[in-house]
Ligand binder design. Structure first.
Ligand code: 5GP
Ligand code: ZN
Length: 112
């Protein structure tokens, strides 16, 4: 738990969130400002500030986050596919400094 980290507070249950999944290592919840009809995030319970702060010991955790994405996307009705985004650091537009994968879909996403 990192002080003043909004996602750590969601993990600790101190701030409410529309949770869609939780186990001992991960939590997933809807984004408060959705960028698409479906927009949720997969978040490790451990406070890792960004992808640039992940280490070899996080390898399995990162793998689990990615493998969970299509399962939860399907649960949320994204049967045609979805987009995953990880913003990293200031240059990547990251605003919440606790690692998370965005999963968005359900609308027309422009090609990148
Ligand atoms: P970032 O820009 O760091 O990749 O994305 C952070 C995301 O967290 C943003 O899309 C923002 O809408 C979302 N967010 C920020 N604060 C909260 C919150 O308190 N609850 C939820 N559910 N999402 C939040
Ligand atoms: Zn945190």
């Amino acid at each position: 738990m990192s002080d003043n980290c909004i996602f750590c507070k969601i993990v600790a249950g101190e701030i409410p969130a529309r949770k869609i999944f939780e186990d001992s290592d991960l939590i997933a919840f809807h984004d408060i400002h959705p960028a698409a009809p479906v927009h949720f995030m997969i978040v490790p319970k451990e406070h890792i500030a960004s992808l640039a702060d992940a280490h070899a010991r996080h390898e399995a955790l990162l793998g689990r986050m990615l493998l969970l994405a299509p399962i939860l996307a399907k649960d949320q009705g994204l049967n045609d596919g979805f987009r995953t985004i990880i913003n990293t650091g200031k240059g990547g537009g990251q605003e919440v400094m606790h690692l998370h994968i965005h999963i968005i879909g359900g609308g027309n996403l422009r090609a990148l």
